[in-house]
Design a protein around this ligand. Structure first.
Ligand SMILES: [Zn+2]
Length: 406
């Protein structure tokens, strides 16, 4: 069994050996005879923490503290994230710089400096756990186009016949398992076709996400959002990995109908609300102000419900999905930190084999089974997470790889 820094008595042992004058490498090999590199790194990191100093009864030497450390703590007290602090202090937000801050904030010097101001307000960004993968579930609702036309069947409507372009009515999204949040127009914004705030809010959420998940979102939502961003003169949206559940449903299964409502109902998920067809019309009729406002409120409720439906469906089918997004590899990148030994040499990165569908490292090889590519066979693994159970194959560089069903 491998020794962990969190095993019973290990921290006390490290503190004791440090007090006796041993260095990090000597302490690591004394405690762990197998000389495991992960453990060695954990020892190096622990030696510089407030926790270790406490065990050793050492007070931090607060004379001649470097200016950048004081500035970093002031900014931390103001509620800035490590990334924002890194940009201000080091002029970049490289992983190495952020890691330098991350380790500094665990030291006794930082502990003393941060004590001065107790009410640290966390920004929304910081509330996300460090290194947590951010999956965004998203959906938008749009207005119909309005035009003058003579026929209903097989007509081409010229641009000069259009009297109103399609725009956003509401946007809704949720990160991971949080409550969905949403934004909608009010009747006067409908009259002015002013969806700029909605467009900006939706883009800001997408730009914070590692992976975005929607339903028919590649062909519809993303293209509509791009179009409205272009219309308002906004810069191109920073790309995220995109999983479109509609594509997955069409590729993998054969439901009687592929609409989100029907698929949810078939799987007995709570599903989406049924809206009456008149709702869109009432949202457009801004001159009936009260009715329009009520309709827009209903639209947002419907929009948020779709987020729940999308997320429920995602959890239900994620183990089955077969898409180019490797959540295991992304999780490893998110968790990777540049670590250095005592001589300042970069240590090799740790890559954990993880399920490609959900990122869990709780996986078991399927005995005696191979997945074949055109040139060779690879060992395959099953995920033990109950809501996933996905199958992945051994890949290169320590990550597992997506595994084809056919
Ligand atoms: Zn999994």
């Amino acid at each position: 069994m491998s020794i962990s820094i969190n095993s019973e008595g290990v921290k006390e042992q490290i503190a004791d050996l440090a007090t006796q004058g041993f260095n990090g490498a000597e302490i690591a090999t004394t405690i762990d005879k197998t000389n495991n590199s992960t453990f060695r790194r954990a020892v190096y990191n622990f030696l510089n923490t407030y926790e270790c100093d406490q065990l050793r009864g050492i007070e931090a030497d607060m004379t001649d503290v470097e200016q950048w450390k004081k500035t970093a703590c002031n900014l931390k007290n103001l509620g800035l994230t490590n990334k924002e602090i890194s940009l201000k202090i080091f002029g970049n937000d490289s992983t190495a710089s952020i890691y330098k801050l991350y380790t500094f904030f665990k030291t006794s010097i930082a502990y003393n400096l941060l004590q001065k101001d107790v009410d640290i307000e966390l920004t929304a960004d910081e509330e996300f756990r460090v290194n947590e993968l951010k999956i965004l579930y998203w959906d938008i609702e749009t207005s119909p186009c309005v035009s003058y036309h003579y026929q209903h069947w097989k007509v081409n409507i010229r641009q000069d016949q259009a009297i109103k372009q399609s725009h956003l009515l509401s946007v809704s999204y949720s990160f991971n398992d949080e409550e969905p949040v949403g934004f909608r127009l009010n009747p006067s914004e409908v009259a002015k076709e002013d969806d700029l705030t909605l467009v900006v809010n939706m883009i800001e959420a997408i730009e914070k996400a590692d992976i975005i998940v929607g339903y028919n979102s590649k062909r519809f939502d993303m293209k509509v959002l791009n179009t409205r961003a272009l219309y308002w003169g906004l810069p191109p949206i920073k790309p995220a990995k995109h999983i479109d559940l509609y594509d997955q449903v069409k590729k993998l299964f054969r439901f009687p109908s592929n609409s989100l409502g029907n698929v949810s109902a078939y799987l007995q998920l709570e599903g989406k609300l049924i809206t009456d067809r008149g709702l869109w019309r009432r949202c457009m009729e801004h001159w009936n102000e009260e009715e329009c406002e009520a309709a827009l409120i209903d639209m947002l409720t419907y929009n948020k419900q779709d987020i729940e439906a999308t997320r429920d469906l995602y959890y239900r089918i994620r183990g089955w999905t077969h898409n180019p997004v490797n959540i295991g590899a992304i999780t490893n990148v998110k968790n990777a930190v540049e670590e250095y030994d005592e001589e300042g040499r970069l240590l090799p990165k740790v890559v954990t084999p993880r399920c490609t569908k959900c990122g869990s490292d709780d996986i078991t090889p399927i005995e005696g089974s191979l997945n074949f590519t055109t040139t060779r066979g690879y060992s395959i693994y099953r995920c033990n997470v109950e809501s996933c159970k996905g199958v992945s194959r051994l890949g290169s560089g320590g990550n597992l790889a997506n595994c084809a069903l056919n």
